[in-house]
Ligand binder design. Structure first.
Ligand SMILES: Nc1nc2c(ncn2[C@@H]2O[C@H](COP(=O)(O)OP(=O)(O)OP(=O)(O)O)[C@@H](O)[C@H]2O)c(=O)[nH]1
Ligand SMILES: [Mg+2]
Length: 637
């Protein structure tokens, strides 16, 4: 049977006692009120789950939520993952406060599909039912509910239940399949233990796929585990995909280490953040304006986190208005840009607004900086390509790696790669390697800084051939070595810079000596040439040229850099020509005698031990000679 499995999640919504749970039971046969307290009080406290198996591989997953005002928090945890809202209104009572609040929440979460169910029709007269029908049609007008039907049912007599089921099926066919190319995310709504199996978490898989043996992480706690077992309504499965109610058995995780509000994802993929930037709308019937710095409850996925709102372009947000805002969260949020969220006032606990997340772990900005507003506007209004470019730009000269970036954008890793490739074409971003990108503007700034630093160095030390690479990298902001190598490579390619061993210089830099400097340098060189195998110390050579100083003296360094003088050991330099001559003599002697000792070279060159030993070691180092005990032989000879 090659029928594509489809899963559509339907959530109940509506005022307390309006018959949501009874309706779910009438539809599915499942009593979702499991808790003893729910049974005793006859109300729903926490989320309940049931499902309907329909023809053609369709499963309608049902999340039943509590209507009681005090448990809105639980309702919010359930409604975050739904595709279709089923707003339940008791025909005898009509629209009530939580009818409106739940409806507002569904609207704020941008739930696209919905229908209205009038319950308890066995309790009202037909003409009353007509009045209620007109009333709720008014409520639905112009909203996402307008396209769905209004179905009258009685859970008691069963009237209307088949029609409702057909309506749900029809509605489900309109829900587009969820993308499985995104990072898997399972906002956890329940945690329990099963004897012999350990900890199990459940939730509605928001996006992507999870499979047996996947290495997963509970965010934001950071606990990692392997998926030991996977179930969708009681059946063991190998894989679960977006839209499915999923139970995950986590290997070796303590029950206490996980709670509702945590998110299960692949290890290392999501980025918990205590800051979020968002577009925020205040409900038209919010009781008062929202002020910057007000404390609110943020509900996203199955989590509830306290936060302060900072309005970016005003001090106050009036009911019905929309603005950009930064949230300082009191605990880490695990979400992705593009996610919808709801805010409730701290006290009284009322749903007052919601919005779309634009950025998590956003860059730092000065309070109310125009650049901040421009940044969030761009994220809200621009093409995906421009959004990716903005993130790379804000990563600065350190650049950004693909894995953390995919935890910050509203599209999956594959799409992100395509967008990065597209940006590389015109050179907007530059790939340091396959996974690491830097914005062109950051590289350009680094380039300007590097060239200016070199210029300054040459001006301050015109006789020095170049700057140490590490020092240059440090002056250029201590940028990552790989990025710096990339830049130097580009500058060398353009012929602007030369890098010689660990010295970097501008290609245009030339050492220019004054006449006096040239004379003194020639004198130093002459001292070494004439001394041949028994050279003076740097101090002595400088003194002979009428200068004071040691080997660090800039003119002495000029000779070293020009390779006229060669260091044989600490403070012992030979003229390169002298060394060549010595080498020739040494090789000739070794050819003849095969083997020599330190005394032989002393005699050969007429020098003391002070020079002989370092010279022998130097030629060992040059691999001209090889040491055998105290004696030397010709290497390869
Ligand atoms: N006569 C009649 N009674 C109903 C019908 N549906 C539900 N009831 C009764 O209404 C009461 C509340 O029903 P529930 O299904 O628990 O209501 P609920 O909306 O789930 O309530 P909360 O979950 O607490 O918000 C119960 O006593 C039900 O027996 C119906 O169609 N006809
Ligand atoms: Mg109930």
């Amino acid at each position: 049977m090659a029928i594509a499995a489809r899963h559509v999640v339907v959530g109940t919504a509506g005022h307390i006692d309006h018959g949501k749970t009874s309706l779910v039971k009438a539809l599915t046969g499942t009593d979702t009120d499991r808790l003893p307290e729910e049974k005793a009080r006859g109300i729903t406290i926490d989320l309940g789950f049931a499902f309907l198996e329909e023809p053609d591989g369709l499963t309608i997953e049902i999340v039943d939520v509590p209507g009681h005002e005090r448990f809105i928090k639980n309702m919010l945890a359930g409604v975050g993952g739904i595709d279709v809202a089923m707003l339940v209104i008791a025909a005898d009572e009509g629209v009530m406060p939580q009818t409106r609040e739940h409806f507002a929440i569904c609207s704020l979460l941008h739930i696209q599909h919905g229908l209205i169910v009038l319950t308890k029709i066995d309790m009202v007269e037909p003409d009353w039912l007509e009045l209620v029908r007109e009333d709720v049609a008014g409520l639905a007008r112009g909203t996402f509910l307008a396209s769905g039907p209004i179905v009258g049912v009685s859970a008691k007599t069963g009237e209307g239940i088949p029609e409702l089921r057909a309506a749900l099926r029809e509605m489900a066919s309109r829900v587009p399949a969820r993308g499985t190319d995104q990072l898997p995310r399972l906002p956890i709504d329940r945690v329990f233990t099963i004897r012999g199996f350990g900890t199990v978490v459940t939730g509605t898989l928001m996006s992507g796929r999870l499979g047996l043996d996947d290495r997963v992480e509970v965010f934001p706690t950071g606990v990692q585990a392997k998926i030991r077992g996977l179930q969708t309504h009681g059946h063991a499965v190998e894989q679960s995909s977006a839209g499915q109610r999923t139970a995950v058995n986590l290997q070796g995780v303590e029950r206490a280490a996980v709670e509702r509000g945590n998110v299960l994802g692949l290890a290392g993929t999501l980025a918990p953040s205590v800051l979020m930037d968002a577009r925020l709308e205040l409900l038209a019937d919010a009781p008062r304006p929202l002020k910057s710095r007000d404390r609110v409850r943020v509900h996203a996925g199955t989590s509830e986190i306290m936060a302060r709102v900072l309005l970016l372009d005003r001090t106050e947000l009036a009911p019905g208005q929309t603005a950009f805002a930064r949230f300082r969260l009191e605990a880490p949020l695990v979400a992705l840009p593009g996610d919808r969220f709801v805010i409730r006032s701290y006290s009284p606990m009322l749903t007052i607004g919601g919005g779309t997340l634009l950025d998590i772990a956003p860059p730092r900005f000065k309070l109310k900086a125009p650049a901040h507003l421009a940044h969030v506007k761009l994220l809200a209004e621009s093409t995906p390509e421009a959004v990716v470019e903005e993130h790379v730009r804000h990563a600065g000269v350190g650049g950004v790696r693909v894995a953390p970036l995919s935890g910050r954008v509203p599209f999956g890793p594959d799409r992100l790669r395509t967008l990065l490739d597209a940006l590389q074409g015109p050179g907007r971003v530059v790939a340091i390697d396959r996974d690491w990108f830097v914005h062109r503007e950051s590289l350009d700034r680094l380039r300007t800084l590097t060239l200016a630093t070199l210029e300054q160095f040459h001006r301050a030390a015109p006789l020095r051939p170049g700057m140490s690479r590490e020092e240059l990298r440090g002056r250029a902001g201590g940028v990552d070595d790989r990025v710096f190598t990339h830049l130097l490579g580009a500058l060398e390619g353009e012929g602007l810079v030369r890098a010689d061993r660990d010295k970097v210089r501008l290609a245009s830099h030339e050492i220019k000596l004054s006449t006096d400097q040239q004379k003194a340098t020639d004198r130093i060189e002459q001292s070494y040439l004439s001394a041949a195998a028994a050279p003076p110390s740097p101090e002595e050579a400088l003194a002979q040229a009428g200068l004071a100083g040691d080997e660090e003296h800039e003119l002495f360094q000029v000779l070293i850099e020009a390779r006229k003088l060669v260091k044989v050991k600490e403070s012992l330099y030979f003229h390169t020509q002298a060394l060549d001559t010595i080498q020739d003599k040494l090789v000739a002697m070794l050819r003849e005698r095969k083997e020599i000792g330190p005394a032989d070279i002393k005699d050969l060159l007429g020098i003391s031990r002070k020079y002989a030993i370092p010279l022998l070691e130097f030629f060992d180092g040059r691999r001209v000679t090889a040491r055998v005990g105290e004696r030397r032989v010709l290497r390869g000879g």
